[in-house]
Write a protein that binds this ligand. Structure first.
Ligand SMILES: *[C@@H]1O[C@H](CO)[C@@H](O)[C@H](O)[C@H]1NC(C)=O
Length: 337
């Protein structure tokens, strides 16, 4: 009896989403958006072994995580809303301990864990897989870099403590709640495009290009961070870094991220539009729009403020003035005249 229950519960879902024969089966077409009804022969206990051997992935992961590739559009929404929300909220509570961690490690961890959750759900296409891998790798890379920097460079620990002192001055830790909730919402928005590509039967013609842009942005940001750290370690923290990626971009980590997250959102939109999922995925699309607007605003703000600081520190120095003419700041807000 227990065996019958175990076998019959996931069966309709598994047939709808991942059994290779399901897309061809007349019953699944006849029922449009709904899972096919259980058929008496399939609910019998003897049907269990053949079910599990023909669709092993459906047993390991929830069926909602593996929409069928053959069906266009997939018949039921892939919706990891709860795990994604947790993956974005739980790490952000680090900000109650050290305010700065809410935007550094929490950011990295949210991206790493949402990307990893998606990868673990066996994404239905290679593109969705590469998309999630990029986001996960971004988070992993960021966290490793932040950790290395904090452990090896005292200046960054001082910086963290200064932020903490300022934050505690302003009031109790619980006063951080709205800000930290906004951060989690932002991370969720940035993770949302992955859901759209994982739902999509096809991601559109420009999808490969967008994916390349994402990886390129990730690469530029990572190389920029490593390069600056290496030069400053060798020549002192006050040196103006103008070599390597800095010979072209003044703020490669912000510009790279800008490209990464813009392409990420565009990829989600492309997938939703090409697979006719716009109505069905309106929530995830809206979240993606919020995410990309939010992070681009933050990045532009950060680049603008760095521009100001560098101008203050190096203005009048010929190397700085020449570098300013030669290089691009990336997207920034216009300075007030
Ligand atoms: C990006 O680079 C700037 C300096 O160019 C640095 O202050 C900032 O911490 C970097 N951000 C990250 C997340 O590495």
């Amino acid at each position: 009896m227990a065996g019958l229950m175990l076998c019959s519960v996931p069966l309709p879902l598994a047939l709808t989403f991942s059994a290779p024969g399901a897309a061809k089966s007349p019953t699944s077409h006849a029922h449009g958006g709904m899972p096919p009804p259980l058929q008496s022969s399939r609910t019998s206990p003897t049907a269990c072994p053949s079910f599990s051997s023909s669709a092993p992935s459906a047993r390991r992961t929830p069926a909602i995580f593996s929409p069928s590739r053959r069906a266009a559009p997939p018949r039921m929404a892939f919706s990891p809303l709860v795990p994604f929300s947790l993956a974005c909220t739980v790490p952000t509570t680090l900000g109650f301990w050290k305010s700065e961690y809410g935007v550094s490690y929490a950011y990295g961890t949210a991206m790493l864990s949402t990307g990893a959750l998606l990868l673990a759900s066996a994404p239905p296409s290679r593109l969705a897989y590469a998309h999630a891998a990029c986001v996960a790798f971004y988070g992993l890379r960021l966290n490793l870099f932040l950790l290395w920097r904090e452990l090896t460079i005292p200046r960054f620990r001082d910086f963290r403590d200064k932020i903490e002192a300022r934050s505690t001055e302003r009031g109790g830790r619980w006063k951080r709640t709205p800000f930290l909730l906004a951060c989690s919402g932002l991370y969720l928005g940035m993770a949302s495009p992955m859901v759209l590509t994982a739902r999509a039967a096809t991601a559109g013609r420009i999808a490969p290009l967008l994916l390349v842009l994402m990886y390129a942005g990730l690469y530029v940001a990572a190389v920029g961070d490593i390069w600056k750290s290496a030069v400053k370690a060798k020549r002192g923290s006050d040196v103006l870094v103008t070599s390597g990626p800095f010979a072209i971009l003044r703020h490669p980590n912000y510009t790279g991220e800008f490209v990464l997250w813009s392409a990420n959102a565009a990829l989600g939109v492309s997938a939703a539009v090409s697979s006719n999922l716009v109505k069905q995925s309106a929530g995830w699309l809206a979240a993606s729009a919020f995410g990309v607007c939010g992070i681009c605003f933050v990045l532009m703000q950060a680049a603008t403020s760095l521009e100001g600081k560098q101008a203050e520190k190096y203005a009048g120095e010929p190397t700085y003035e020449a570098w300013l003419r030669r290089t691009w700041a990336g997207p920034t807000f216009a300075k007030k005249a």
